[in-house]
Write a protein that binds this ligand. Sequence first.
Ligand SMILES: Nc1ncnc2c1ncn2[C@@H]1O[C@H](COP(=O)(O)OP(=O)(O)OP(=O)(O)O)[C@@H](O)[C@H]1O
Length: 270
Amino acid sequence: MPYLSLKNVDYTYPNGHEAVHNVNLDFDTGESVAIIGQNGAGKTTTVKLLNGLLRPTNGQVLLNGSKTEKLTTAEISQYVGYVFQNPDEQIFQASIYNEIAFGPKNQKLSKEKVDQRVQNAAELCGLQDSLQEHPYNLPYSKRKFITIAAVIAMDPQVIILDEPTAGQDRKSIELLGKIILQLTQENKTIITITHDMEFVASQFKRVIVFAEKEQRKGGTPKEIFWDEELLSFSHLKQPYICQLAKLLGYTGVLTIEDLLEATQNETIMD
Ligand SMILES: Nc1ncnc2c1ncn2[C@@H]1O[C@H](COP(=O)(O)OP(=O)(O)OP(=O)(O)O)[C@@H](O)[C@H]1O
């Protein structure tokens, strides 16, 4: 049984705008999934439905096989954590320690356990030396890691990251990759919305494409990034390495290693 599912879900905002139509998705434990699609395709609405910030107009959200309609958003967020696109919508404490400790304290854990959760999450997110600082002493890019650490410290089974690479430099994107890998190795489910196709190609095992409020296709990065009809319909670009491979006359390439192999095979065949 999947850990988290959307079954025939529609969502219409109170102003009458339907943002998501007939979405069916399953997420298992230990998988990393990227959700991609052009602006306004319905990605953020979909993940807010997953953690109860929004409730379906039609259809069901299932957690471990059970309907979530009777659970409060606070209850669902114990299982499905959500890191906002904009960290400043999430941060409200006066120190990084308190920001990360807020969730575990609310879970009524002992002081030692809270400390341990904060230390572990801060270390994973590169914040262990800044715990006593005010969050706004750190730049925007680092504040995003504070909010990631705050959600990790609550230890939910599922962690949703909304646009984590926006405004991040190469080193921080590498750190994000490391965090995602570590969490999936701990059997967590990571669901990430992103416009960064390079990040998707390098970090995720499964990709779901949204276009015009519906999910269009799910598959491996290779299946998605070489489906040119799908990309064109969804207004998405291939990662640069795929574009280069295409110019050179190769298909099915996703990494530099793939491209190297394709060129070497050709040399051997010549
Ligand atoms: N609060 C709201 N009220 C009415 N319409 C909304 C609201 N929030 C989003 N929408 C609309 O719903 C549609 C889907 O928005 P959503 O934010 O889910 O898209 P998205 O794929 O996440 O886009 P982006 O990549 O820009 O974040 C868009 O047309 C958007 O304008």
